[in-house]
Design a protein around this ligand. Sequence first.
Ligand code: SAH
Length: 224
Amino acid sequence: MTDPPEMDAARVALLDEIVREAAETAAWTGRAHLAPRVLQAMARVPRHRFVARQQRRFAYDNRPLPIGYGQTISQPYIVAMMTDLLDLAPMDRVLEIGTGSGYQSAVLAELVFAVFSVEQHPKLAAGARERLAELGYAGVEVRVGDGNRGWPEAAPFDAILVTAAAPDFPPALEEQLASGGRLVIPVGPSGGAQTLWRCVRNPDTTISRERVLPVAFVPLLPGV
Ligand code: SAH
């Protein structure tokens, strides 16, 4: 399948908007400029391939879109910012909770060799797996399960990204962080005031947590 040329123009315009929004939110995030590698990854991943045909013309709008089963593909600016906050190096092992469409997984796979992603909904997981394979993202492993439990067999991780709002910091995820590992996670009630946090596991195993930004995510479901 070839991609229509108007998608390219839309993708460039979206990148400009992400750069602008990062500058505007710098007072919160402390990151006025996203890493060039992160912007390149955002430029490379075809977001229109991760949404249904009816949503394609909105694929390069800077907003979340429905992906079925009551779930959404996150806003591109948020995907870029969360990815930037992970400070990824190519050899990092990354865990994502909430595969959804697989879009965020693809962005991560542009930056590191090994991405592990957990999705609670079997149909979303199957769709993401298929899409990622079609697009050649061989470095992503998708598993159906409860993300609150992480992926103990593949731990420890240099970075963990949660793409749904947790009521609190899931202990298993903090435990599965390597020393120096980063956890980026939205915490707060469903439909209420949520905050994006960046946490780091210190060499003495304590966790430092920093607030980043007010956000709105679908809920991380309990015990699925
Ligand atoms: N990263 C996704 C966004 C997904 S929205 C993307 O780029 O498209 C959040 C996802 O988290 C949804 O797909 C939802 O089904 C999933 N989810 C919610 N609770 C979960 C849980 N406890 N374990 C694993 N996945 C969960």
